[in-house]
Every structure is written in C-alpha cells, then in structure tokens.
Write a new protein. Structure first.
Length: 208
C-alpha cells in the first residue's frame, strides 16, 4: 500500500479487532514493517493506553519520511507492575506486567525500541527494567511522569548518562534517551514529538 512517497507493507494484527472500536489492534499483536529498525511498544489495550500516544508516535515517525521501518507492538500483559517490583511498596492488585518469549524475540529484532509505560513513576522505572533485563536493545523511554537517568540507574538499569555500579547492573539493554511529559491518552505536542524523533534519528545514525 503506498504511503506518501514510499511503499510500506504492514501486518496490522494477529487477529481481528474485538469489542468497542473494533479497528484497534488487540493485545499480543504487532504491526510489522519489512525492515525491523524501530519498534514502538505500547501497553495492553484499554481506554487509557491505546491508541494514543503510541499510534501518534508511530505515525509521526513515518510521516517524517525517515528512511527506516517502524513497527508497533501491543503487549499481551502490559498492565500492572512486574513481579520483581517488590521495592515499590504496598500490595500489588490485579495482573502482573510481563513479556512472552515471542514478544522478546520481536523486540530484539529491532535496532531501537520506544517504550511507553504510562504515568506512575515507579511503575515506569520497573517496567523498563523488566523489559531491558530480557531484551538487549537501545531504548527511548516515553512517559507522562517525570523520570531521569538516575531513577533507572538506581534500580540497576544501564543508561547512556548514568551507569549503576558494575555489580548492580541488572539489564542487557540500555536506556539511551528519555522524553517525559507525554500525556497518556492524548496526542503529544509538536515539541515532544520532535524530541522523540530527534532521539530515534540520533540512535539510528549511531548504529549504522
């Protein structure tokens, strides 16, 4: 299907959309392009998480005419917190955040992963740690809550600017950039979108 000045082949979902707004990609599905360069990882579907801002980021990157492919993955278990997030404090109710072996393989095929994990600061930090423990990938973290490189380093996440002590490193992947202030459920501002695009382009050029 022609999109703008280039041709993109997109496999939108593993199964048909369900329920209200049946066109929305359902949990556990991936929109894949021919050449796996950048993947945008969204939380499980629901009124708060899909399709904004994940779809907006994906569309903006494609509209920029950037010469690489963008995939989108909606996690099967993207809500809640990881089972290893005991230091958040208090009891955890509901489902645990997690990754399947297939999702890990899908993410690791890409050069850069854009990780969107919502608005609760401690949840964002622990979800990113959990994902980068499993996935060896360069990550751009997008969140509504303000987070910084030190927040991630404190829990053992490798980052571009602050590294945990060698004996405290818990991740294979690395947080390379952070864009906070992206409101969950709303279209990101031009300024925030520009930050995401700049971070992705810089990482792609670095890896070439």
């Amino acid at each position: 299907m022609p999109v703008g000045r280039v041709t993109q082949v997109v496999d939108c979902r593993a199964a048909m959309g369900m329920g209200k707004g049946g066109g929305i990609a359902q949990r556990g599905t991936i929109s894949e392009c021919r050449y796996p360069d950048v993947i945008v990882v969204g939380m499980s579907p629901g009124r708060r998480h899909v399709t904004k801002p994940v779809c907006d980021i994906t569309s903006a990157l494609r509209r920029e005419g950037i010469e690489y492919s963008i995939s989108t993955l909606v996690l099967n278990a993207g809500s809640g917190v990881p089972p290893d997030a005991r230091d958040i404090g208090g009891g955890v109710l509901g489902a645990y955040f997690g990754l399947t072996d297939t999702e890990i393989q899908q993410i690791e095929k890409h050069k850069v992963a854009i990780l969107h994990h919502g608005n609760v600061r401690s949840h964002v930090v622990h979800k990113v740690r959990f994902m980068l423990q499993a996935c060896d990938v360069k990550a751009v973290v997008v969140s509504q809550a303000p987070v910084d490189f030190e927040d991630f380093a404190k829990v053992g996440v490798k980052t571009a600017l602050v590294m945990p002590p060698p004996d405290k490193i818990k991740t294979r992947g690395t947080v390379m950039a952070i864009v906070s202030g992206v409101t969950r459920g709303q279209t990101p501002s031009r300024e925030k979108m520009a930050e995401v695009i700049h971070a992705v382009m810089r990482l792609i050029k670095t890896k070439e």
